[in-house]
Ligand binder design. Sequence first.
Ligand SMILES: Nc1ncnc2c1ncn2[C@@H]1O[C@H](COP(=O)(O)OP(=O)(O)OP(=O)(O)O)[C@@H](O)[C@H]1O
Ligand SMILES: [Mg+2]
Length: 232
Amino acid sequence: MNGRLIPNLELSSNEPQSYYLSCSTADSLVDYDRGPNLVDAPDMGDGLFIGREAELKQMEAILLQNSHSLTRKVLILGGMGGIGKTQLAITYAKRHHTSYSSIFWLNATSKSALTASLQRLAPQILPGETINQLDDDQLWAQISLWLSKLENPRWLLIFDNYDDPNQYQIEQYYPFVAHGSIIITTRQPDCVNGYQIKVQSMTNNEDSLNILATRSGRPNVSSGNDNSLTTM
Ligand SMILES: Nc1ncnc2c1ncn2[C@@H]1O[C@H](COP(=O)(O)OP(=O)(O)OP(=O)(O)O)[C@@H](O)[C@H]1O
Ligand SMILES: [Mg+2]
């Protein structure tokens, strides 16, 4: 045990309240700052993300206003495949990482992918010897418990690519207290409750040209008068 607290291995997910009370004094000593954890996220890399300022502003309005109130915010980025939901979520997280004590990106494509993401996240939160003794459900119970501490309200979870709501309910992976922020990216936004932003194809011609220019390595891509694309 590394003195960081956590592990009450006897704990079942049905008894968070008693755990809470028994650990409340030690909790005040625990540091909950894990910073941005985006290493597994499919980040395009700096400098390649273009545009989407209107969507980013909408996200800020939903997620950052009243950021000290103890209400959980759930934001859904919905839209068709390949439209840019994942990149938008990652860009928001990178841009606003100082507003959160911890940010965790999770692959929500399937239940098994999400479980694998949680296993990779766990060492950030739990001692290794504890993790080794937990099955998947217990692991989530412990992570949820950590996220549910009253002293730990400033986290952001990104459930990315939750595209198959028939397979499992994402809500079962919400920590059980009403604080923190959650972003879900999905092709099926109507199957999830929360603030919804519909991500649509880029209407700004200049943004599209900028993407083409950065990807092609040709900085002088422009559209001709007939809207055809030319390079100079
Ligand atoms: N704002 C952007 N600027 C530059 N390139 C972008 C932008 N948004 C998306 N792309 C490009 O489009 C690709 C697809 O984007 P992304 O993975 O975010 O789509 P998605 O909506 O999450 O798709 P899916 O539903 O399949 O998960 C990216 O890998 C990137 O190459
Ligand atoms: Mg995606």
